[in-house]
Design a protein around this ligand. Sequence first.
Ligand code: ADP
Length: 601
Amino acid sequence: MSTLARLLKLIAPFKWWVTLAVWLNFLAIGASVGLMALSAYLISKAALMVNVSELALAITSVRLFATLRAILRYLERYFSHTATFRILTHLRVWFYRAIEPLAPARLMQYRSGDLLTRSVADIETLENFYIRVIVPPIAAALVVVLACLILGAFDGSLALALSVFLSLTGVALPLTMRWLGKRPAGQLIAARAELNAMLVDEIQGLADLLAFDQADAHRAKVLRLSDELQRVQEQQALLRGVSNALTVLFTSLAALTVLWLAIPLVSGGQIEGVYLAVLPLTAIASFEAVQPLALALQQLEASQAAGRRLFELIDAAPEVCDPTESASLRGAHAAPRATRPAAKTWRERNGVESKRVTKQSHSRLEEIASSSYGLLAKTDTDLTLAFKDVHFRYHPNDPLALDGVSFTIPAGSRAAIVGASGSGKSTIVNLLLRFWDYHEGQITLGGRDLHDYRADDVRALLGVVPQNVHLFNATLRDNLRLANPDATDEQIKAACHQAQLHEFIAGLPLGYDTPIGENGLLLSGGERQRLALARAILKNAPILILDEATANLDAITEEQLFRSLESFMADRTVLIISHHRVALEHVDQVIEVEQGRVISG
Ligand code: ADP
């Protein structure tokens, strides 16, 4: 389907709004034409010093058209804008829904500034498509018919002359301008996208650019791009200027030609003299309808370019496709705890009693924590995690990131994955989270292949503390609520207490209402990690994955953290990716990976 057809299909739910906008536009310009024609008639008639009663109808009609024109113009603007905002909302939601399944695998190839341009500027360009591209030509066609009918009622030649000038202004001029403006329009979109992408990149990396003394070089690049953008915009402005000038010229020429043709008709007695002024003024008024057509065609170009960029993005096949029916994660595949080959847990091996851990302290927060987050330990769902000979590469030509990985983490036990950077540890988490799909080997959860589950269902079971957590520019509380929007303040505090963060937050003047800046820049690395951990605790999922989650903590804090997490980790399946000795002391098995292979564990 062509881009134009797809754009039209997108507008389908708004066809009545657009129809209303077309009619109101036509009626408003029609009222203008009527006002001009009647005013000319009234002035000419009054000049003949006729009885005022003979003018009564014309005077009333002029008043009526003047009032109508204002009301109709208001209504037209009102409904057009309402329609535009609704369409804009619809487009944003449509685009967001379309790209959501593509994250993160398919979106990685785009720079964030490019994505920003597509989701903001391109969508806003499309907003014009409906009101500035579709409505004006239809309304113009109706006005042209009306004006030609009025002039044709006096003489066919007048209608013909008018239609020639209207076509010149409404068709030939826009087509020429489109042809001339094609290159600048494409260049404008590309240059704007490039500039936005570069600016976002640069602002995000400003600290590094300053540190490496590269800010000036980057500023020069940005300036070069803005110059390019300005050059293209100037070209477009020049074209618009020429187009406006020619429109005024054609309007005047049309009025003169109509007058020139009408004078002999008046002298010959075919047309009454009082109508002479009516004819050119009707012609002039009708040009209001064709004036926006040059812009409409320019907008058509821009809309198609923006539409192509949006469709190109959303047409990408998602990396992971959900099965039509998700396998049940409870009941059917549940294995009673007693019959499951239970792994000897860290507590058993180290002789630590659960009671001692959970009742270490009787503080109120710990009580809340154990009552809020202890529930999962009692479920019978078998959440044994197993990788069987999994091979995976990110792109067909890439080397294998996982080369026959096999391991099993029995439900309720804890495993650590260790290995040098680049050995494939995060890839294991990426596959578990269904961010990427595997095609060789098998990953099972509760005995069923991960492919049998919907990605959302799997993710609901995983509480992940990622290596690079994304924090939103909001308050601490809002960032925590992301994991569980229904969490009470007490539960939030309890989770932070377990993540060893509560004391820090309680010491802040604004406490949980402290804004943390863009991506949590106002927090230290360790605080960010503990915040991510508190989020995972609040999510209360049965499987906990810590991906280098304690990398920024000192050994004492880390040890305290693991101790405090004991009650939360009890009976959950836990996967820890870490280099630290402290973390390894808290697990039942250590899986060592090297260059995508498990070498021990
Ligand atoms: P680790 O977590 O052990 O440091 P990763 O799992 O991140 O290692 O990476 C394993 C290999 O996969 C590395 O060679 C890395 O370059 C590659 N890799 C990781 N992420 C991507 C990606 N999104 N696209 C392409 N290659 C990737």
